[in-house]
Design a protein around this ligand. Structure first.
Ligand code: 5AD
Ligand code: SF4
Length: 432
């Protein structure tokens, strides 16, 4: 009988895919099967995120909680971005941990579970051509990594120190993965990377010349594939060709994540984002012009060191001009190994909280206005989630969460839905 594996995944979509890869590797010879109860597990994996400070603090109390409830001989492994940057400090602070596996070292999971006090946090490890076994959380939507690591050095961000340098995954690996997923019933592929539209800049072995726009066009030829999504593109690499392919290819979902971070050119410079307010607005407004149905989501950090009231007003100004359909907003969090952590003029907590509330309150007003305009429109929705309350949920082409009263027969189907009630977080409708 196989052993039981419990896995807790924090952080971004890349971590979700890393967890799928670890599950795949551990279950390929029926060695492990998944459980949702940590108490029953022979192996507990915590796949961590270190992008902000809070979850890192929580890690050690979480390890303590798992230690209390786990079976006597069960192992605990700490994986992901916090594993990368804390390394063997994790063993010192939590001796109960059996192994530490960094975010760039996922392919070593089978080795990690077998050896005593295994640790691998090598930032040069190259998994870009590793052939992982297959496992996916969803039949209908499938995550596919197209690159590993990050080639930027945004001064607030710990990720280059946890996921290492950027390497693109060879086209044939991506293509075969997509084809296989589609032949197993997937309707949608979701391409993942830190800067997806920088695809093709670095490969670890010889590769034909290819950029992200080419990749999108090639993948969209796959028969039976209905939808392509991706995250995250970088505003700096949103050239005209990319915006044209995005807007004109019917298989590409009309939802774009454009991480702004700040609307102030001075702050963007201090963040080393590589673009200014003018470039960002130009790209976002051009996208709206080319693609009127597009939804634009963004990430914004308030209270970056040195951010003045004027700088913050620039961020509010971009919010007014772009009117994002979705906003992920954060107070700046000081991270080890980053340049911004040692910058003068760190902003006090009260100012940071007040700016975050101002931003979120205004965005809520904008969103209420946006969703109202969706009432009595028709959206194409891929249903993939059965809710306990008699609803089935899915995402529209432009990434709104849509619910209809229906049963599980609707799962996996792509349907036109008329929206009759729009709420900030969810739109309700009926299949036409
Ligand atoms: N503080 C606050 N937010 C951060 N992010 C990344 N690093 C930090 C930090 N030090 C945010 C960015 C990024 C998102 C994934 O997390 O907005 O796009
Ligand atoms: Fe993802 Fe960044 Fe968190 Fe790592 S630190 S899991 S890359 S969000």
């Amino acid at each position: 009988m196989s052993k039981k594996l419990f896995i807790q995944t924090l952080g971004c979509a890349m971590n979700v895919r890393d967890s799928e890869h670890m599950i795949a590797e551990l279950s390929k010879n029926d060695e492990y099967s998944l459980t949702t109860e940590a108490e029953d597990a022979d192996l507990i994996l915590i796949n961590t995120c270190s992008v902000r400070e809070k979850p890192v603090h929580k890690l050690f109390s979480e390890i303590g909680s798992f230690d209390k409830i786990k079976k006597k001989d069960a192992k605990i492994g700490v994986c992901g971005c916090t594993a990368s940057h804390l390394g063997d400090e994790i063993f010192k602070r939590a001796p109960v941990v059996d192994f530490v596996l960094g975010a760039r070292n996922v392919s070593k999971i089978s080795k990690a579970v077998k050896e005593s006090k295994f640790i691998s946090v090598d930032l040069d490890n190259d998994d870009s051509e590793f052939s992982f076994a297959d496992y996916r959380n969803s039949l209908y939507k499938t995550y596919i990594n197209i690159s590993i690591g990050c080639d930027k050095s945004c001064t607030y961000c710990i990720v280059p120190h946890t996921r290492g340098k950027e390497l693109s995954i060879p086209f044939n690996i991506i293509y075969n993965e997509a084809k296989k997923a589609v032949s197993n019933g997937a309707k949608e592929i979701f391409l993942l990377g830190q800067n997806v539209n920088n695809y093709g800049k670095y490969f670890s072995s010889a590769h034909k010349k290819m950029n992200f726009s080419n990749l999108l066009e090639e993948l969209s030829q796959i028969d039976g594939l209905e939808r392509i999504r991706f995250t995250s593109p970088h505003p700096l690499h949103m050239d005209d060709e990319f915006l044209r392919v995005f807007s004109t290819n019917d298989k590409i979902c009309k939802s774009m994540h454009m991480p702004l971070q700040s609307g102030s050119s001075a702050v963007l410079k201090a963040m080393k984002r590589g673009y200014d307010k003018k470039w960002y607005l130009d790209r976002a407004l051009k996208l709206r012009e080319l693609c009127p149905d597009v939804s634009i989501s963004t990430d914004i950090i308030v209270a970056f060191p040195g951010e003045s009231e004027e700088d913050f007003k620039d961020t509010m100004d971009v919010l007014e001009k772009v009117r994002f359909e979705q906003l992920f907003s954060f107070k700046y969090s000081k991270r080890p190994l980053t340049k911004a952590a040692t910058m003068p003029n760190q902003i006090d907590e009260k100012t940071a909280s007040s700016r975050l509330s101002t931003l979120q309150a205004r965005h809520n007003e904008i969103l209420d206005e946006i969703v109202k305009t969706k009432e009595n429109t028709t959206m194409k929705v891929l249903f993939d989630e059965l809710r306990s309350d008699g609803f089935v949920a899915g995402r529209s082409d432009n990434n709104f969460l849509v619910q209809i009263k229906a049963s599980e027969e609707m799962l996996g189907l792509l349907k036109d839905v008329r929206i009759d009630k729009a709420r900030r977080m969810v739109l309700y409708g009926e299949v036409l």
